[in-house]
Design a protein around this ligand. Structure first.
Ligand code: NAD
Ligand code: LMR
Length: 300
C-alpha cells in the first residue's frame, strides 16, 4: 500500500468567518453523541466535554441521558451540555450539529463476531441516519456502531435515498485499530509510544484490519514473526477485550479515547486546520471495494 493514499479531513473546512469565527476565538461547533448513555457514550461524552473546540454538546439516547448530561454538564469547560431522550427529542438533539458521533447499538459477547450484531444494529443505524438526513444533513458522521464494515454502507444508502449523501462527510471510525497498532508496536519496538505512527487500512473486522507495520515510524528492525504477531494481535484486539470482559461488553474506554481523537480531527478539519490526517473507513477507489479504510489526500 502506497503512503500517498491519504485522506485528510482538512478538505472539509468551511470558510473562516462562518459561525462566529475570528482570529481570537474558535468557531461555534455543535457535536451530538447518539448512544450517549452507553459504555462508549458516557466516557466519550466526558472527552468531548473536555474538548475546547466544542461549544455545544448534545447527548442523545433512548434512556438515561438526563443523568449523564447533568453529570457531564457540571464540568467547567467551554461547551453547553444538553441531554435528549427518546425519539421525540432526536430532532432537537441533531439540529445544527456539525459532527454526529454514533456509538448506539449492541456490543459483542464472547463467541460472537461483529457480523452477529448486524440484525439489531443495522436497524438502529438506519433510523438514526434517516433523522440525520432530516435534521442536520450537512453534519460529518462518525460511525462507531458495529459491524462498521456494514453500518457505513447502510448509512451511505440512507443518505443517498434522502438526497443528502456526501462521501466526504461519512466516516467509519477505525481509530481504535490505529491506537492498538501504535500501542503494540511501541511495546515490541521499544520506542516512545507518543512518537509512533502506524497506518491501518482495510476494514474493521478480523483479517480485514490491515496494520501496515512496514510503514510504521519510528522505524524498527522487527523480525517477520514479530510483525506477524503484532498484526494478529491488532486484528484480534476487539476479541481480546470482549473475552477479558467475559460477557460485559466490548471495548468502551479505549474506544471512547479513539472516538474522541477522530472527532477532534474532524473538528480541526472543519475549522481549517491544515494537515489533519487520520485513517478511517470511507468510500474509496483505492481497491475494487466500495469502502476501504485508508488515509487519503483529498483534492477538491
Ligand atoms: N468502531 C469501533 O472500533 C468500536 C469499538 C467498540 C465498540 N464498538 C461498537 O459500538 C457499539 C456500542 O458499544 P457500547 O459498548 O457502547 O454498547 P452499550 O450497550 O454499552 O451502549 C449502547 C448504547 O446505545 C443505546 N441505544 C440503543 N439503541 C439506540 C437508539 N436507537 N438510539 C440511540 N441510542 C441507542 C443504548 O441505550 C446504550 O446506551 C457496539 O455496536 C459496539 O460493537 C465499535
Ligand atoms: O470487537 C468489538 O466487538 C468491538 C470493537 O469493534 C473493537 O474493535 O473493540
Amino acid at each position: 500500500m502506497r503512503s500517498s493514499v491519504l485522506r485528510s479531513v482538512k478538505t472539509l473546512a468551511k470558510p473562516a468567518g462562518a459561525r462566529g469565527y475570528s482570529s481570537e476565538s474558535v468557531p461555534d461547533r455543535k457535536v451530538a453523541v447518539l448512544g450517549a448513555a452507553g459504555g462508549i457514550g458516557q466516557p466519550l461524552a466526558l472527552l468531548m466535554k473536555l474538548n475546547p473546540l466544542v461549544s455545544r454538546l448534545a447527548l442523545y439516547d433512548i434512556a438515561n441521558t438526563p443523568g449523564v448530561a447533568a453529570d457531564v454538564g457540571h464540568i467547567n469547560t467551554r461547551s453547553e451540555v444538553a441531554g435528549y431522550m427518546g425519539n421525540d427529542q432526536l430532532g432537537q438533539a441533531l439540529e445544527d450539529s456539525d459532527v454526529v458521533i454514533i456509538p448506539a447499538g449492541v456490543p459483542r459477547k464472547p463467541g460472537m463476531t461483529r457480523d452477529d450484531l448486524f440484525n439489531i444494529n443495522a436497524g438502529i443505524v438506519k433510523d438514526l441516519c434517516s433523522a440525520i438526513a432530516k435534521y442536520c444533513p450537512n453534519a460529518i458522521v462518525n460511525m462507531i456502531s458495529n459491524p462498521v464494515n456494514s453500518t457505513v454502507p447502510i448509512a451511505a444508502e440512507v443518505f443517498k435515498k434522502a438526497g443528502t449523501y456526501n462521501e466526504k462527510k461519512l466516516f467509519g471510525v477505525t481509530t481504535l485499530d490505529v491506537v492498538r497498532a501504535k500501542t503494540f508496536y511501541a511495546g515490541k519496538a521499544n520506542v516512545n509510544v507518543a512518537e509512533v505512527n502506524v497506518p491501518v487500512v482495510g476494514g474493521h473486522a478480523g483479517i480485514t484490519i490491515l496494520p501496515l507495520f512496514s510503514q510504521a515510524t519510528p522505524k524498527a528492525n522487527l523480525a517477520d514473526e514479530d510483525i506477524k504477531a503484532l498484526t494478529k494481535r491488532t486484528q484480534d484486539g476487539g476479541t481480546e477485550v470482549v473475552e477479558a470482559k467475559a460477557g460485559k461488553g466490548s471495548a468502551t474506554l479505549s474506544m471512547a479515547y479513539a472516538g474522541a481523537i477522530f472527532a477532534d480531527a474532524c473538528l480541526k478539519g472543519l475549522n481549517g486546520v491544515p494537515d489533519v490526517v487520520e485513517c478511517s473507513f470511507v468510500q474509496s477507489t483505492v481497491t475494487e471495494l466500495p469502502f476501504f479504510a485508508s488515509k487519503r489526500a483529498w483534492k477538491n
